[in-house]
Write a protein of this length. Structure first.
Length: 242
């Protein structure tokens, strides 16, 4: 008999995943779209490593970080216009052959295993919802995902708990019966505020800070380890490291 997924002795009914830096590596596509938008206005270019350190809080904050990094004075209207050009380029890249977004190792196996265990699965991201849905469908992950919450799905984004609460409500799952999985302080803070335990991966973006320093409940080296962690087949990484 397969053990039911639990956390802290409580049966789990759902798992919520961040997208960028957790399920998918999208940094190159984001960098390309951002640099194309910047090039149109001759504002300069950013390296992929610089952009990786800006990913996590959604498009508007990405644009704000980018212009600040380039030392450009830009009012809200100009930033909004630049954001729309970024979205246009990102949509074209995501839908075309030049999209370099890839699934991290262990993700597909994890989602399939959790689905077999009867868990409801959601993606909660600060990326625009249409882009998140498009990526999940194109990369073959949408078959396991019941709900997708984007940065434009709610009034507030992560680290506010509202997106996580909405995902739980749409899946008809109590927050106490759900788990958050992410790669950044935004995920940890949102989970804490929503009353969810949170597991992190150490390979994500975390706005340039070391993900291994996140104050989460446990780490998994790859998401392939998550099903066995939830069924008691292995100890959390923090316990194994002592």
């Amino acid at each position: 008999m397969v053990a039911l997924p639990r956390w802290g002795g409580v049966a789990l009914h759902a798992v919520l995943f961040d997208l960028d830096g957790t399920l998918l590596d999208t940094a190159d596509a984001i960098t390309a779209a951002l640099n194309q938008a910047l090039a149109e206005r001759r504002l300069g270019q950013l390296r992929a490593a610089q952009v990786r350190a800006m990913i996590g809080r959604g498009g508007p904050i990405l644009i704000a970080h980018a212009v600040a990094r380039l030392g450009i004075a830009m009012d809200e209207a100009d930033q909004a216009a630049l954001l729309q050009r970024y979205f246009l380029h990102y949509e074209r890249i995501e839908a075309g052959a030049e999209d370099s977004s890839r699934i991290y190792p262990g993700v597909s196996a994890c989602l399939e295993a959790l689905h077999r265990l009867g868990l409801r699965l959601a993606v909660v991201t600060n990326k625009q919802q249409q882009f998140a849905i498009g990526l999940l469908e194109r990369l073959g992950l949408s078959q396991w995902i019941q709900v997708v919450i984007g940065g434009d799905s709610c009034e507030r984004r992560k680290p506010d708990p509202q997106p996580l609460q909405l995902a739980c409500a749409l899946m008809r799952v109590q927050s106490a019966r759900a788990l958050m999985v992410g790669d950044s302080i935004n995920d940890v803070l949102a989970a804490r505020a929503a009353g969810l335990p949170v597991v992190c991966v150490p390979y994500g973006y975390n706005e340039g800070a070391d993900p291994r320093q996140l104050p989460c409940d446990a780490f998994v080296e790859t998401l392939a380890e998550l099903p066995s962690l939830l069924t008691g087949a292995r100890a959390p990484l923090a316990d194994r490291l002592g």
